[in-house]
Ligand binder design. Structure first.
Ligand code: SF4
Length: 376
């Protein structure tokens, strides 16, 4: 089983914190659609005939595409790949794009899961993030999606925003759960270098994030959401029973995926490749029938590190039997020895042959995983 990701990089407006490959223009919209269709064709052998379990349209803002254009993209995938009957087909959407007629068309086009970029249910936070929707638009878009028959809905929320108090964060979570959203992705606000937000903070025009507030809100998040019956199945992802994101879970389980579109990444267990993150170069390459990517063959330590990093992020944890099967007894023993300090300080929990991060460890997952890494 494998997944296909399609990247649509255009947005109505560039949010000040955004570090994704996204452009506030629609200048090449039509050309890009043609190129995406062509790239799907060019890459038809990449997954070596594996069945497709998930298709994910991300961005950017792919909800700027018309439903008919989305249908064209899905049709191209169905024509060239074997997509299983119950495939999960997700569209990332901004609340301002989800009007009732469009939602009905999206459903007809084959979208069966929406991932809505809500970020906060409070206008002050949305202004800080320079989002162009309001809290009410976000709430209403969820209700309209439910009315249109979408039951598999995920929303993105951001915590640790300087304008967001702990009470406000609790309110956001209760609002999301009260709306009956079965999947929530919650991320700490990260100030990425070279973003307008980083510059605005540096110049004193915006207040900076506070690490202690972020940790406090992470604890509120994990406590409150689990008390309400949601599973904390990956550091930033929570769902009601059975409502995991199949697409993202496949990434964390090391399954193959093909990325289509500028900046999209692909992985086939032995190598990783990434498309050019430049719309002009991407369009030129695809137009002339060339695949627009760079590639790296993964070394054994890289594959080991990847498994440690992704498995520790999930509630299923790092399985030492898998480490032993794929990398041998010596590396397994070394991983266990490296993990001991974190088991002793309560950041990692050992359950037989499984290592899982505790709530304390989850907030420092990347640092802990790095201590277990092998160097080339
Ligand atoms: S809508 Fe999303 S992808 Fe587009 S600029 Fe804002 S955060 Fe980035």
């Amino acid at each position: 089983m494998a997944g296909i990701y399609i990247h649509f990089p255009f947005c109505r407006h560039k949010c000040n914190y955004c570090n994704f490959y996204s452009l506030a223009t629609s200048k090449h919209h039509d050309e890009l659609l043609i190129a995406l269709l062509k790239e799907i064709e060019l890459q038809q052998d990449y997954l070596q005939g594996e069945n497709i379990e998930t298709i994910y349209l991300g961005g950017g803002t792919p909800s700027l595409l018309k439903a008919a254009e989305i249908e064209q993209l899905l049709h191209a995938v169905y024509k060239l790949f074997t997509v299983i009957d119950e495939a999960e087909i997700t569209l990332e959407a901004n609340p301002d794009d989800l009007r009732a007629p469009k939602l009905r068309e999206l459903k007809q086009a084959g979208i069966n899961r929406l991932s809505i970029g809500v970020q906060s249910f409070q206008d002050e936070d949305l202004r800080y993030l320079q989002r162009i929707h309001t809290a009410n638009q976000a709430r209403n878009s969820i209700k309209r999606a439910q009315d249109a028959g979408f039951s598999n809905i995920s929303i993105d929320l951001i915590y640790g925003i300087p304008t967001l108090s702990s009470t406000g964060w609790e309110f956001n979570l209760l609002d999301a759960m009260g709306l009956g959203v079965p999947h929530i992705s919650a991320y700490a606000l990260t100030i990425e270098d070279k973003t307008p937000m980083a510059l605005q903070i540096k110049r004193g025009k915006l207040p900076d994030v506070n690490d202690e507030d972020q940790l406090q809100q992470f604890i509120i998040l994990t406590d409150l959401i689990q008390a309400n019956g949601y599973l904390h199945y990956e550091i930033s992802n929570f769902c009601t029973p059975g409502m995991f994101s199949k697409h993202n879970t496949a990434y964390w389980q090391g399954k193959k995926y093909l990325g289509i579109g500028p900046s999209a990444h692909s992985y086939n267990t032995t190598s990783r490749q990434w498309n050019i993150a430049g719309i002009g170069q991407y369009l030129t390459a695809v137009k002339s029938g060339k695949l627009p990517f760079e590639q790296e063959i993964l070394t054994i330590p890289q594959r080991f590190n990847e498994y440690i990093m992704t498995s520790l992020r999930t509630m299923w944890g790092c399985n030492l039997d898998i480490v032993e099967r794929d990398f041998g007894v010596d590396w397994t023993n070394q991983a266990l020895a490296d993990a001991q300090q974190f088991i002793d300080n309560g950041s990692l929990i050992q359950k037989g042959r499984i290592l899982v991060l505790s709530q304390k460890g989850l907030f420092h997952a990347d640092g802990i995983a790095a201590e277990l890494f092998r160097i080339d």
